[in-house]
Design a protein around this ligand. Structure first.
Ligand SMILES: Cc1ncc(COP(=O)(O)O)c(C=O)c1O
Length: 432
């Protein structure tokens, strides 16, 4: 996929330097383009829905920093909020008024988030919420689902064991088997498996973590009934239900996936959009449960830069802009995109899966709902689609199993151009 007519000398040069200094040349693995081939582009700047790389090539960006940028790049209100905060000092290590303001906003938008603790990433949010669930319930076992990603805490980098109710196995070197054994991995979209597991081990479970809109292995949309069963079984067995809304939170609207499905979890985790493009994560939930977090309760969790004033200001500005018309605009863009891609994808053996401003191109019909149903064959075709789109100035995530994100700034013209480029890219990918 490295053939290109675009000038990429500067990106290539920087990548060569980066490979000597950073493992694989990157700060996070998927950025290295390993699964699509070719050299990653080094982005130099962004404005609205567009980015420019170091060689001055321009892209319509659908990665949006992997989700945080629901308002696009360098949104004026977010930039102004960061600048104003920075001029007053970058970090104090004391309580700060913008933590109060952002927590209030979060609780107003999602009233089930009665208390909020800020951290600096989605990983940290999930890691802390799981510790809280364990401290609260006095149980050790955690359940997750095949195909969901919850950041890279040891007990979340776990794959399914040999049987349904058996402990998980490490999915990364460096994760001790003993820690992986505290996690059980179940299949999505399988009510019988849920019931069977809970009947056998329900009383051991501290928390069941789920992406209510699984968006890390394609977009594996779940049936509301399945999520409802999960809610019922966790309540019945005294386990906490953790909705990991790091992607869906404040993207699918004020109440995220929990409100979309009308299901109240015990704990919520946030990241991405909540920080407006700065490093913010949060865990939140019922006051009674959150009161177990230090300093009021016995579950320890802390952070030097947690609630950082710049990050809080960015998050606040972003959520206010989304509240003041941003979500309506995102919904409008989602429909505008659907209208443009539908006639294109209808010509090929693919399906576009979409929920609001999140979308994913599945190279199989019907689109899968579980990891087990996910075909691997699409990856090679996606690599061709990705390269052809890049060539045409459209930036999609460099992996077949990552979703795309719309932002409020994607214009009709952006979407027209993208649909036309997608048509050509799909034609190229299906030439053989
Ligand atoms: C659902 C979900 N949870 C947790 C994380 C981890 O967040 P972070 O990358 O900010 O650590 C991610 C990251 O993509 C995610 O999608």
């Amino acid at each position: 996929m490295s053939e290109t007519s675009l000038r990429r000398e500067r990106s290539a040069e920087l990548f060569a330097q980066a490979q000597v200094l950073l493992p694989g040349g990157v700060s996070s693995p998927v950025r290295a383009f390993k699964s699509v081939g070719g050299t990653p582009v080094f982005i130099a700047k962004g404005a609205g829905s567009h980015t420019w790389d170091e060689d001055c090539n321009e892209y319509i960006d659908f990665c949006c920093s992997w989700g945080p940028l629901a308002l696009g790049h360098a949104h004026p209100k977010v930039v102004e909020a960061i600048q104003q905060a920075a001029a007053l000092g970058t970090s104090f290590g004391t309580p700060h008024r913008d933590e109060v303001a952002l927590a209030r906003l979060v609780s107003e938008l999602q009233p089930w988030a009665e208390r909020v603790r800020f951290v600096s990433s989605g990983t940290e949010a999930v890691m802390s919420a799981v510790r809280l669930a364990r401290g609260y319930t006095g149980r050790d076992l955690v359940v997750k689902f095949d195909g969901c990603y919850h950041g890279h805490a040891d007990y979340m980098l776990v794959k399914a064991g040999s049987g349904l109710a058996t402990s998980g196995q490490a999915d990364s070197a460096g994760v001790p088997a003993g820690i992986a054994a505290t996690t059980v991995v179940l299949p999505l979209d399988d009510e019988a498996a849920l019931r069977e597991f809970f009947a056998a081990r329900g009383s051991e479970v501290a928390a069941v973590a789920v992406e209510p809109v699984p968006a890390n292995c394609g977009l594996l949309l779940q049936r509301p009934d399945w999520l409802q069963t999960l809610r019922e079984l966790t309540s019945e067995h005294g386990a906490l239900l953790l909705f990991d809304e790091v992607i869906s939170g404040f993207r699918l609207g004020p109440g995220g996936a929990a409100s979309h499905f009308g299901i109240q979890p015990d704990l919520l985790t946030y990241g991405k959009v909540i920080g407006g493009g700065l490093p913010v994560g949060a865990y939140a939930g019922k006051a009674e449960i959150m009161s177990h977090v230090a300093p009021v309760g016995p579950v320890y969790q802390a952070g030097t830069l947690s609630g950082n004033p710049l990050a809080m200001a960015a998050g606040r500005a972003a959520l206010e802009a989304l509240r003041d018309g941003g979500w309506e605009r995102l919904a409008d863009r989602a429909e505008a995109w659907r209208a443009r891609y539908e006639p294109v994808v209808a010509k090929y053996p693919v399906e576009m899966v979409q929920l609001g401003s999140i979308f994913w191109l599945a190279f199989q019909e019907p689109a899968p709902r579980s990891y087990g149903a996910l075909g691997r064959e699409g990856a090679a075709r996606y690599a061709k689609v990705h390269a052809a789109l890049l060539e045409r100035g459209v930036y999609w995530a460099p992996s077949a199993f990552e979703v795309g994100f719309l932002c409020t700034e994607h214009s009709d013209e952006d979407l027209d151009r993208t649909a036309a480029a997608l048509d050509e890219a799909l034609q190229i990918a299906h030439e053989d």
